[in-house]
Design a binder for this molecule. Structure first.
Ligand SMILES: [Ca+2]
Ligand SMILES: [Ca+2]
Length: 289
């Protein structure tokens, strides 16, 4: 018999079955038989690279961590702006424990984010295809500001992160400076011609945005019209200005979810005593004030 003090035990039981309830211990299933593929890294990040130049190569390793041979049958081409070099000839048979290495290089052709995927196919029974993602940013001389993304913060509404009719929300905006120089005095302003939105705050003040970074700021604040049908597209035009560059323009759209009930969501901001004699309608009316 083995006695384990579970209050102090930390470790791993390999291949254990039928053992349960030991706090602090992790159970790892028995090692699978056959060829087993392991690709490292699963995500290759190239960072900021000048447009027209090439990144340092990132080594990608394919290892057979199984007990018998593994046959790699395909390594897909991610396409520009990513290039794979020193690829093994296929099919590639790796003995148990054997490793093959190739390289990925990023050569951006334009400013901004680029993403790609490499799919590696093999006869690994439970991982017939393994995907490796590639990301990098092209940067250009000077200042180059771009709208990246926006979030919907509907804390005053139903808090589902989706714009609903009759809901007020903040839209914190993310910008990126894809230039080699810092952007100064950066502001981002929105307009919309949609009848479904009223914009109360249209300007997000970013101040300085350093080279090759993303920043998020609040300042865009609006209400979606009551009864706006689900699936309505509301388009915004973004104008980004800086004291030393620009302006830069872009646009984005939000798609609305189901409208909230007439009168908007109930938000209880303080606890009040509601008289038991009040009707539900009176109580709701009180809460909306
Ligand atoms: Ca596997
Ligand atoms: Ca919402």
């Amino acid at each position: 018999m083995i006695t384990i003090d579970t209050s102090t035990a930390v470790g791993t039981l390999v291949g254990a079955t039928g053992v349960q309830g030991l706090a602090g211990l992790t159970f790892v299933p028995p090692r699978q038989s056959g060829g087993q593929i392991a690709v490292h890294p699963s995500h290759a990040e190239f960072g900021n690279v000048l447009v027209g130049e090439s990144s340092a190569p990132v080594a990608i390793t394919v290892r057979n961590v199984g007990t018998t041979s593994l046959t790699v049958t395909a390594i897909s081409d991610p396409g520009p702006p990513f290039i794979l070099n020193n690829l093994p000839s296929l099919p590639l048979v790796l003995a148990a424990g054997e490793v093959a290495t190739f390289e990925a290089v990023f050569t951006p052709v334009q400013a901004g984010e680029a993403a790609g995927v490499v799919t590696i196919a093999s006869d690994d029974a439970d991982d017939p295809e393994v995907q490796l993602s590639l990301t990098g940013y092209g940067i250009v001389p000077g200042v180059s500001l771009a709208f990246s993304s926006v979030r919907i913060v509907d804390n005053a509404g139903n808090q589902d992160g989706i714009a609903n009719g009759a809901e007020q929300m903040d839209l914190p905006a993310k910008l990126r400076n894809n230039g080699t120089e810092a952007a100064l005095g950066v502001q981002a302003t929105i307009t919309s011609t949609s009848p479904y939105v009223t914009i109360y705050g249209n300007n997000a003040n970013f101040g300085t945005v350093a080279t090759g970074v993303s920043e998020e700021r609040y300042g865009w604040y609006m209400r979606v019209a009551e009864g706006t049908p689900e699936g309505t597209e509301i388009v915004f035009t973004v104008t980004i200005t800086a004291s030393n560059a620009g302006p830069f323009t872009d646009s984005f759209a939000i798609i609305t979810g189901p409208p909230l009930p007439a009168g908007g969501p109930l938000v209880l901001e303080s606890v009040s005593v509601i008289d038991a004699a009040q009707t539900l309608a009176e109580a709701e009316s009180y809460l909306r004030q």
